[in-house]
Design a protein around this ligand. Structure first.
Ligand code: SF4
Length: 209
């Protein structure tokens, strides 16, 4: 990565981390994917039960692969036939892994969900929530974060799942009420009631979408 981008990301991450701290959440900066994976494993702790919502970024830093190696109680919802049981197990897990659709410079986290299992587990249930967030997700403010979530993350996710929504054809949000919409719930996480519950690793890389 270009040295100037690296420096800019480091400075910007410091600002986001301060914002998170002011909201009773904990932020970290990882200079690369390897550092992010090691940091995530130390936050999770061996033996912990871990589950996840949509978390492409956790895959991209090699974290999911590592969690499946046996030293962690990884609840693999993709391998479970009973999806409802998998969703319910998430609420009692030690750690819930997630990416974010966007995060503001002052530490507000924005997520959109269709099934809503991800946003509900972020809001309450798991003892810890660990976000893996590439610096490409940082936006000026909540308006910018919502715009990013709706016009970048959601259309790409809709295309990824090959569903029939207007954004799969236009590439941007058409504010649909399609039965297939993946934009059923919007979660804006502006404060954590519980100290040491929400942790955010900002990674000096472009992760997810
Ligand atoms: S509201 Fe509809 S059109 Fe907009 S991003 Fe969501 S699924 Fe796509």
């Amino acid at each position: 990565m270009n040295e100037n981008i690296f420096k800019r990301n480091e400075l910007l991450a410091g600002k986001v981390i301060k914002g998170l701290e002011s909201r009773n959440m904990t932020g970290y900066y990882a200079a690369n994917k390897d550092e992010a994976r090691k940091l995530a494993l130390s936050i999770i702790g061996k033996g912990s039960s871990v589950t996840m919502g949509g978390a492409m970024s956790a895959h991209e830093i090699g974290l999911v692969e590592e969690l499946k190696k046996g030293e962690y109680d990884f609840i693999d919802r993709d391998a479970m036939e009973d999806k409802r049981a998998a969703m319910l197990m998430a609420y009692d897990a030690d750690v819930f892994l997630s990416s974010a659709n966007a995060i503001t410079e002052d530490g507000v986290i924005v997520n959109i969900d269709g099934n809503s299992n991800r946003v509900s587990a972020i809001a309450q249930g798991p003892r810890k929530v660990l976000f893996i967030v590439g610096m490409n997700k940082v936006c000026d403010d909540v308006d910018g974060a919502l715009k990013r979530a709706r016009n970048v993350a959601a259309p790409i996710n809709a295309q990824r799942f090959n569903i029939s929504t207007p954004c799969t054809k236009t590439g941007s949000c058409m504010n649909c009420k399609s039965p297939d919409t993946i934009c059923c719930q919007f979660l804006i996480t502006r404060f954590s009631r519980h100290k040491d519950r929400i942790h955010v690793i900002l990674v000096n890389d472009n992760l997810g979408f």
